[in-house]
Ligand binder design. Structure first.
Ligand code: SF4
Length: 383
């Protein structure tokens, strides 16, 4: 039996909040009660869209970074030094490890995601991994995705044009317009990012996914303003936002929720307006939610599928189920010849937070209500 893994948060505090006042919304009541967020009603359209499901593997190229973003996951989940001193990728060993991980898998499309730290600090290593994989042949079609803060893209275009050409997607972090972005992402400069994205567009790049990390001190509206500019200038193709992971409490959750709700309405109004114009906005998380809602599709896992033990992350010669987990959560290692040695681990416990949040209680209530309805209609028939 595998070892149980649990991400740290205060279960007792969550329980107290759920048993007590919850999180009150002026119109919707307690947002923590089971069923306060529901997908429904029944599906209204058949699934006519295609969905690709390539094999993803993350490779942390280096733990070093040229920025110091507030609450960076690389420093908040563990001490910064552990990441800064994490051994960098050994291109040949790690490329072999990726090929081993693919052994016997049915997928032919494989996306290799270069992660960090800031991966472009070691462009030479990224290019070596790409070359090794592309030369290895075999049945796989490799695509390359690079996470980056975009500060070194100009240098990448100049010094490693092959690497830039091979990358089919750049995931670029942008946390708002200049004042907000530069405040929460010290070491980055939005003017430089804009210039570099312009250079990438002129170079004839792959796609750009812009993404924002929200912290309490930030506004989603400001992030939307920035994405509106990137969209207008043709510098980004799609967008999503998410929240920073932090152990710190909100100074005022009520205030943040009210501001977020106002900004979310604005985002959705813009989204709907663009749909009406026939030019859908590629807010990837919203679009996925809507498509699943309209077709009644259920994902059946967490968004990243960490608990499915399908995609692994390689960082500093060890194997993780997720690149954002601290080193002590490693589930295996890479031998010097590239052979991955992965132990069995209970990854399902990584999504135990759903249990603590009461997600399954609502599913149970739905099932119980269905059984009760069924019994009632049987009783009516018997009478
Ligand atoms: S650019 Fe990425 S890795 Fe670097 S400090 Fe910011 S969030 Fe962390």
């Amino acid at each position: 039996m595998g070892e149980s893994m649990r991400v740290a948060y205060d279960v007792e505090e969550l329980r107290r909040l759920r048993d007590g006042p919850g999180v009150q919304h002026p119109r919707f009541g307690d947002l923590l009660r089971p069923g306060s967020v529901r997908m429904g009603p029944a599906p209204v359209i058949a699934q006519t869209y295609g969905e690709r499901s390539p094999y993803f593997v993350h490779l942390s190229v280096t733990g070093r970074c040229n920025a110091r973003c507030v609450g960076c996951v690389n420093s908040s989940v563990t001490d910064t030094e552990a990441f800064a001193t994490m051994p960098e990728t050994d291109p040949e060993r790690d490329a072999r490890a990726i090929l081993h991980l693919l052994d016997g898998r049915p997928e032919r499309d494989v996306v290799v995601c270069y992660y960090g730290g800031e991966p472009l600090l070691r462009m030479d290593k990224i290019q070596s991994v790409m070359s090794f994989l592309d030369q290895a042949g075999g049945p796989f079609r490799f695509q390359h995705l690079i996470y980056t803060n975009a500060m070194l893209l100009d240098r990448a275009i100049e010094q490693y044009p092959e690497m830039v050409k091979r990358a089919s997607l750049f995931c670029v972090s942008v946390d708002g317009t200049a004042a907000q972005n530069n405040r929460v992402r010290p070491g980055t400069d939005l003017d430089v990012i804009h210039r570099n994205l312009g250079a990438l567009a002129n170079f004839g790049r792959g796609n750009v996914l812009a993404w924002s990390t929200l912290r309490e001190s930030q506004s989603l509206a400001d992030c939307l303003d920035e994405y509106a500019w990137l969209d207008r200038e043709g510098l980004a193709d799609c967008y999503f936002w998410h929240w920073v992971e932090t152990g710190e409490s909100f100074e005022s959750l009520d205030r943040f929720m009210a501001a977020y709700e106002r900004d979310l309405r604005r985002a959705m109004n813009w989204y709907v307006a663009r749909l009406g114009e026939g030019r859908p906005l590629a807010f990837v998380h919203i679009t996925e939610l809507l498509l699943y809602l309209l077709t009644g599709k259920e994902r059946g896992s967490s968004a990243c599928g960490v608990e499915k033990a399908r995609n692994f992350d390689i960082a500093g010669g060890v194997v993780h189920s997720c690149a954002d987990l601290p080193p002590e959560f490693a589930i295996g290692r890479i031998e010097p010849d590239g052979t991955p040695v992965v132990r069995e681990a209970d990854l399902k416990s990584l999504v135990d937070y759903k249990d603590d949040l009461g997600c399954y209680e609502w599913a149970f209530m739905l099932t119980a209500a269905g059984v009760a309805r069924c019994r009632r209609s049987q009783a009516t028939r018997n009478v």
